[in-house]
Design a protein around this ligand. Sequence first.
Ligand code: NAD
Length: 297
Amino acid sequence: MSVVGESYLVGLLGEGVLPSLTPPLHEREADEQGLRYLYRPIDLLAVDGGGEVDATIARVLDGAALLGFNALNITHPCKQRVLAHLDEVTASAAAIGSVNTVLLADGRRVGHNTDVTGFASALRDGLPDADLGHVVVIGAGGAGAAVSAALLEAGASRLTVADLDAERAGALAASLVPRFPAATASGVSPDVLADLLGDTTRPVTGLVNASFVGMHTHPGIPLDAGLLRPDLWVADVVYRPVDTELLRAARAAGCRTLDGGGMAVGQAADAFRLITGAEPDRERMRAHFAAMIQEGR
Ligand code: NAD
């Protein structure tokens, strides 16, 4: 295959990023398109031996710009902290205070958030007629913020964010309300989930797990499976494993489900488009993702 046009150098900054599937997703799609594209994971703990995070972010951004990187993807625990190191941030990323893609060009650092668009496209493709009347999001961290913004942008009329740290949930809801005056958003403690999901007068229509519960490192389910009803759609952002305990319980209860693979592919595809200007083949990326999961990567 002949390589045409510009070349691209990209990195992924975060903790424990070496096994991430995002670099091979980008590189394979670039190969398919005949682009010269290298994508390297940069483990936060390997820089400065795990020193102060803000200093490390600054060092990596400076180094990446100096070495001619086109972009960095940013992941846990840097998505919020990286904002202080940027020249410009898109309105959508600034609104949730979280950036997962930094474009480096013309001496400037511009932050974007493709977790928001990635979840939006996954929901559109995977559950196209999902009722967004009242959606409960569990987890108010970076993923919860991205999912919540995507749901409100997609037209959710009522959003409840539940987090063990109820203050964090309340702060996220309060930060979203001004952008979506037609919707209502509130933050609660997970203790009230039983009452919320049992309320038939203003029924919850959809549920998204945006906490890390269900990951292979944090096995389990973030709510009592007995609360799941067949008229509820259920999505998970966790994708290691793709088939989480929550999704299995939801299917057993008769719910329609959406796994975290769609968002993982969507965020990668949107970042690829921002970095290269080329339109990725999302189906091809989805198939590659599924194959890597199948291989146990
Ligand atoms: P985070 O640590 O910033 O936030 C997680 C939040 O969940 C915390 O506020 C925590 O208090 C809350 N929480 C934990 N257990 C809970 C429970 N039982 N009930 C209610 N709240 C609970 O983490 P994050 O960066 O937001 O990531 C969360 C998950 O999302 C991770 O598993 C990550 O891999 C996944 N993620 C997936 C994608 C994707 O593309 N599919 C993208 C981003 C993140």
